[in-house]
Design a protein around this ligand. Structure first.
Ligand code: SAM
Length: 539
């Protein structure tokens, strides 16, 4: 990347940074939300320039489907025949012309300059001609002109006008229909897709026992609408807040908070001492569950197949380190020690991240990370072994936390070991498209077969792991019916020991939760990611 950075350094710095990000997303499968802060830092962009670049990158990636259709209508060849670098620049220019408050002459001239610096004089003349055509209409006029007739082809119309791949429009519409009925689905689909295109605000989560929402409202945040642990940050960098740096507060979508809290709140007969988070990386739900477990003297085992993500789980739990050390339990967090064959992630209490690392970890949007490519790691394919020694160090009922790295399909713990199990399964992430602007263009329906096979196996393993009478929460950040309702139905049907629980009363105050027993949250209705929750009891 270094030569490219140098070659465009004389172009407008904010736009050059946006171009660099777009190119990395296209060529290296980079994640914009992880990459952009580094690019901004490297180029010394702050304040308004950083905000401009961020909007340019996120907006362009979200609007890519619409913008490509507009550009395609302006060129006399297929888009495949346009130099990919020139096409990236044209996308950036189109976003400025159609969706940003940038004077048209500035949008065109700066983009032409950018093309000149990354390509040649001919390409810059080409870009100039195309962008002048783009600028002849506003977005609405372009959509009228290029999108299919909404009466003849409603999905095709929405795909172009709301910039989503058609298969995603279709999957989201099916899910809305299943949960809310045909009429509401028809009314809602446009709003849902629009919500995917709006940048979400930053939601904070207070770790129970370590911070309270009042501390955050005192710092200018607004108390969350539904989750008692949530606060909305009005602006600014969450990593700059002391409670975030200290690991007492995290960044987490309110929907993720609600499904974790629902599992903790579900009535349970018998002991309530051993909790398991089966697929815990990077640790957002584990950190909330940890606090809720500790409040009642229960212990949490947080498991994650990928060792580097188990390390993120460990970091997300770091705020509990001192408390646990003070309890002084044998085998408490801190006892797990060195890695076994499965890569035990190590102790929470004993490891202190360097200050820089802490700030970086704090700045990570855990909900965004949950959909990184790693989530498609499939346990059985990797053949990760187990670490029985690590699991036996787990001390139920003594208020301990432990992080291990193992394949939950070949669980290293004994059957019926746990009272409550969270299974936040690897999924397509279609419920969090607003957070990951590029992900809609990366996923394909072909991902589903592999994912649903893993999801079924993980859910069977979760049900084996919980004791009779114990509870399993099956959660995805996707509303796709195949990886939510269908997975649960198939697994429950194949067993005689599972009862479905109505999850709706466990999310008090939330409107429009549908007919149950499962809960599907929606960005356009609840302001959360489209989290799915099914609650199951093993009989
Ligand atoms: C949706 S993410 C979990 C997000 C997490 N619960 C949170 O709130 O931060 C799914 C995780 O499951 C992990 N995973 C995938 N297959 C697994 C397996 N067989 N065993 C354990 N973890 C697995 C992925 O690496 C990924 O970190």
């Amino acid at each position: 990347m270094a030569p490219r950075t140098m070659s465009i350094s004389h172009a407008d710095p904010a736009r050059a940074a946006a171009f660099e990000a777009l190119e990395a997303v296209r060529t290296r499968d980079a994640y914009a939300n992880l990459l952009l802060p580094r690019i901004l830092r490297d180029r010394g962009l702050t304040g308004r320039d950083a905000a401009f670049t961020t909007e340019l990158v996120y907006g362009t990636l979200r609007g890519l489907g619409t913008y490509d259709a507009v550009v395609a209508a302006c060129v006399d060849r297929s888009l495949d025949a346009v130099d990919p670098e020139v096409l990236d620049a044209l996308r950036l220019g189109t976003h400025q012309l159609l969706a940003m408050d940038v004077p048209p002459h500035a949008a065109v001239s700066t983009t032409v300059e950018l093309v000149r610096s990354v390509s040649n004089e001919g390409a810059s003349r080409f870009a100039n001609a195309i962008l002048r055509r783009v600028g002849q209409r506003d977005l609405e006029q372009w959509i009228d002109r290029i999108a299919p007739d909404p009466q003849d082809d409603p999905e095709g119309y929405l795909a172009v006008s709301r910039s989503h791949p058609r298969w995603i429009v279709s999957a989201l519409w099916d899910s809305l229909q299943a949960h809310r009925g045909a009429q509401r689905a028809h009314q809602d689909i446009g709003e849902l897709l629009a919500a995917d295109n709006a940048r979400p605000g930053v939601t904070l989560v207070t770790r129970p026992g370590l911070a309270a929402v009042g501390e955050l409202t005192g710092l200018g945040a607004l108390a969350g609408r539904y989750s008692p642990y949530a606060a909305y940050l009005a602006g600014g960098d969450p990593a700059a807040l002391a409670p975030v740096r200290e690991g007492r507060v995290g960044v987490q979508d309110e929907g993720s908070q609600l499904v974790a809290a629902a599992l903790a709140a579900a009535p349970l007969e018998g002991p309530d001492e051993r909790w398991l988070d089966m697929c815990a990386g990077p640790g957002g739900k584990a950190a909330l569950l940890a606090g809720l477990a500790l409040e009642r003297g229960a212990s949490l085992l947080a498991n994650e197949i990928a060792p580097h993500r188990a390390e993120l789980v460990r970091r997300s739990l770091r705020g509990y380190g001192d408390r646990l050390a003070a309890v002084g339990e044998a085998g408490a967090v801190g006892a797990a020690g060195s890695a076994g064959s499965a890569g035990v992630a190590g102790s929470v209490g004993g490891v202190a991240a360097a200050p820089g690392e802490q700030a970086e970890a704090a700045a990570l949007d855990v909900a965004a990370l949950a959909d990184s490519a790693d989530e498609l790691v499939i346990g059985d394919a990797l053949g990760t072994g187990s670490d029985d020694a690590a699991v036996t160090r787990f001390q139920p009922g003594s208020g301990t936390l432990q992080v291990i790295a193992a394949d939950a399909i070949r669980a290293p713990w004994k059957n019926a070991s746990f009272d409550r199990v969270m299974l936040d399964a690897p999924c397509t992430g279609l419920g969090a498209l607003r957070r990951r602007p590029e992900s809609r263009w990366r996923r394909g329906p072909e991902d589903l077969e592999r994912l649903t096979r893993v999801q079924r196996r993980l859910l069977s393993s979760a049900l084996d792991s919980v004791r009779p009478g114990g509870l399993v929460a099956y959660v995805t950040c996707s509303p796709h019916l195949e990886e939510t309702r269908d997975v649960v139905r198939q697994v429950v049907k194949a067993r005689r020991d599972v009862e479905r629980i109505d999850a709706r009363p466990l999310l008090p105050g939330l409107p429009e939760l549908g007919g149950g027993p499962d809960v599907q949250l929606w960005p356009h209705l609840h302001g959360t990611d489209a989290m799915y929750l099914a609650l199951l009891r093993r009989s």
